[in-house]
Design a protein around this ligand. Structure first.
Ligand code: DAH
Length: 356
């Protein structure tokens, strides 16, 4: 091999050794074998070599070219292996390291209560019904035997929306879930048994009232339902929901425009300790009654054939009582510390007590 070829080989070998990564390696490859590479230039000059030397020179250049190609490929292999080693070292996973704690979501106490209510009433044969938050005056009041100017309207602190037509009664944010009774009776043929759980709205705000809150509503219609069925159903529900098998339950005559007779329901508790059960004091917990014949008739059900009972209660209120939650406001604040304390694990089974 002539000196110039030998030194090209030596220089290339040295440059390859200096190339510390694939990018530097590629620069060396291009500088030798590329279009304007040193070896390419020598091959191009071959035509100018005197004829008697050209054969030998050509053969030598070709051998050198193969030789350099081999060197370059070998160096590529080394660099690739080194790069892989470095990556494997840097990205090594320590399978013995303890896992980082992972944040899991939780079920809001309101959702949890509604799940429990659905489970208990579901076991009694009730299905779930729904209705809109924005209601007509008729569904929220009129059909429920609360005509315009009825004094019961004053209790409801209603949010009114702009009327849809001049002179028409304005739509309202439903002040209770009772309008879903109306919608269910209009949609389905009796006998029926439904519970409704959803948002309700009243213009009232303090530690025990929120402008948006939740209610549970129940409605059962059949041919011969009596107060006895209503009482049995609610006693079973309350004992099951609060998990107290002998929870005292008291029915007290009351008044609602949409039921006759009407009863408020109290449960036993200890006013001093806040403990539920036999403490000698009574706590009002829900409203109920036999569906007023006028309400049945308003909803296309013949009151001489069908009777029904209905009830309604505040979801926040029973949740606060069950879990000893003192203040209503944090229910809607999304404070992670409060949720960690009161919210339920999504992995815990839904509570269902014996005897339901
Ligand atoms: N709608 C009533 C309220 O919001 C609660 C209620 C009372 C519902 C008696 C009923 C019932 O279905 O029968 O205050």
């Amino acid at each position: 091999m002539t000196d110039d070829l030998q030194s090209l080989r030596d220089d290339t070998e040295a440059a390859l050794r200096r190339a510390a990564d694939l990018r530097a390696w590629d620069a060396v490859r291009v500088s030798v074998l590329g279009k304007s590479g040193t070896l390419t230039a020598l091959l191009k000059q071959l035509g100018g070599v005197p004829a008697e030397q050209r054969r030998d020179r050509g053969a030598a250049l070709n051998r050198l070219k193969d030789d350099l190609a081999t060197l370059i490929e070998a160096r590529r292999g080394e660099l690739e292996a080194a790069e892989l080693d470095a990556r494997l070292a840097a990205e090594r996973v320590d399978v013995t390291a303890p896992p980082r704690p992972r944040e899991t979501g939780s079920i809001h106490p309101i959702s949890r209560t509604m799940e429990e209510m659905a489970a208990i009433f579901g076991a009694m044969g009730f299905t779930i019904a729904e209705g809109p938050d924005v209601e007509s005056d008729w569904h929220n009041f009129g059909a429920l035997n609360i005509p315009a100017h009825h004094p019961a309207r004053a209790d409801h602190d209603t949010f009114y929306l702009p009327p849809t037509a001049p002179g028409a009664p304005p739509p309202v944010l439903r002040t209770h879930t009772s309008p879903v009774q109306v919608r269910t009776m209009l949609r389905e043929k009796p006998p029926l048994r439904v519970v409704v759980m959803g948002r309700t709205y009243r213009a009232d705000h303090d530690a025990t009232h929120s402008p948006m809150f939740h209610q549970l509503e129940g409605l059962a219609i059949d041919r011969d339902l009596t107060l006895g069925h209503l009482k049995g159903c609610l006693i079973d529900f309350l004992r099951s929901f609060f998990g107290i098998a002998d929870l005292p339950v008291r029915f007290r005559a009351s008044y609602f425009p949409f039921t006759e007779p009407s009863m408020e329901v109290d449960i036993g508790w200890n006013r001093r300790t806040g403990e539920l059960g036999g403490g000698g004091d009574w706590l009002e917990i829900l409203g109920s009654g036999m569906v007023h014949p006028k309400v049945l008739a308003n909803c296309g059900i013949d009151p001489t054939v069908w009777q029904g009972f209905a009830f309604g209660m505040g979801v926040e209120r029973v949740t606060m009582l069950k879990h000893g939650i003192p203040d209503l406001r944090p229910f809607y604040e999304g404070d992670i510390r409060w949720l960690r304390h009161y919210a339920a694990s999504p992995f815990a089974p839904t509570m269902l007590h014996e005897g339901v």
